[in-house]
Write a protein that binds this ligand. Structure first.
Ligand SMILES: [Zn+2]
Length: 308
């Protein structure tokens, strides 16, 4: 058993109010775009608004899970029934799970995401992600991301190399990087930071037979030097434990993406509330505006929208 310890993560009221502020700012952006359109600014607006508006398109919840088998006195280990009910909620409310690569394509190149997108992530590589989460995800046709700590592979309570390959080859899971030994990266020497970031990428790439392009900071611990090393190592995006929807504009870039951390005992009502920005019609208006403004002639984009 690897002796990981976990710092308290972003569930403070400060995190929640930041989340509310982001929602408000997002609505303001949509209203500004609508006003500009109604004022007849048309294609001119498309050029000036593209960066902000692309950020809005990328405004997506990334759920952060750890263990989905109950562990006493550890808030990040859920009862399996809680996880199952949350997945059923996503299915019933027409959420579409997407990979981090799909999210990157949307952010970087304006690729279109399905309606009501959500990313499901698991940190550390607990064996319950295979025994409990994997069959549930498979049943719903969902995709998810496993952020694996490479030193934990084949250790008791954690995923084996064979399980990781099965999860990947099924198409249900993308396996991504969470360092070699799970240190607080902001508190260790730069040489150790480089080793943790580069060696784990090398180990997983060799095991999985594919490039590993996304990174997760243990304990959400990072600083400017750590981010720089993650970029230099060739990762495309990285996630933190800051609470909120992911938005590369508001979050300060694609290497400090926010997530929504799910803890043991969270009520389904609270889960729904945290995802309410996706359920809110404003977000759909935002996506319609995006379709109107994002490339091509305005009139042809309107026809596209009307067909849907
Ligand atoms: Zn972790």
């Amino acid at each position: 058993m690897i002796g990981f310890s976990y710092a308290s993560q972003g569930l403070s009221s400060g995190g929640a109010s930041m989340f509310a502020l982001k929602k408000l700012l997002s609505s303001v952006t949509v209203i500004s775009l609508l006003a500009a359109l109604l004022a007849g600014c048309g294609l001119n607006v498309a050029r000036t608004a593209s960066a902000t508006e692309q950020g809005h398109e990328f405004y997506v919840p990334i759920l952060e899970y750890h263990d989905v088998a109950y562990v006493k006195n550890w808030p990040w280990a859920l009862l399996p029934g809680q996880f199952a009910s949350e997945m059923a909620f996503l299915k019933e409310h027409d959420f579409h799970t997407v990979t981090l690569m799909q999210l990157y394509d949307a952010y970087k190149y304006g690729a279109r995401l399905p309606s009501r997108p959500v990313v499901i992530t698991f940190d550390d590589g607990h064996v319950s992600n295979y025994t409990i989460a994997y069959p549930i995800l498979k049943k719903y046709g969902f995709v998810a991301t496993e952020f694996m700590v490479t030193k934990a592979i084949n250790k008791k309570g954690f995923l084996s190399a064979q399980q990781l390959l099965t999860m990947q080859n099924s198409g249900v899971f993308a396996i991504e990087c969470h360092t070699v030994s799970h240190p607080h990266l902001a508190k260790v020497p730069l040489s150790r930071v480089r080793y943790e970031i580069e060696k784990s990428k090398e180990i997983l790439t060799k095991l999985l037979g594919r490039p590993v392009l996304f990174f997760c900071y243990p304990y959400g611990s990072y600083n400017a030097k750590v981010v720089n090393e993650v970029k230099k190592a060739g990762y495309l995006m990285a996630v933190t434990s800051h609470f909120g929807y992911a938005d590369p504009v508001a979050d300060g870039g694609p290497f400090t993406l926010h997530r929504i951390s799910i803890h043991e005992g969270l009520s389904l009502a609270k889960f729904a509330e945290w995802l309410s920005a996706s359920l809110n019609p404003h977000n759909q208006i935002g996506q319609t505006i995006h379709k109107l403004l994002h490339g091509g002639l305005l009139h042809s984009r309107v026809e596209d929208v009307e067909k849907e």
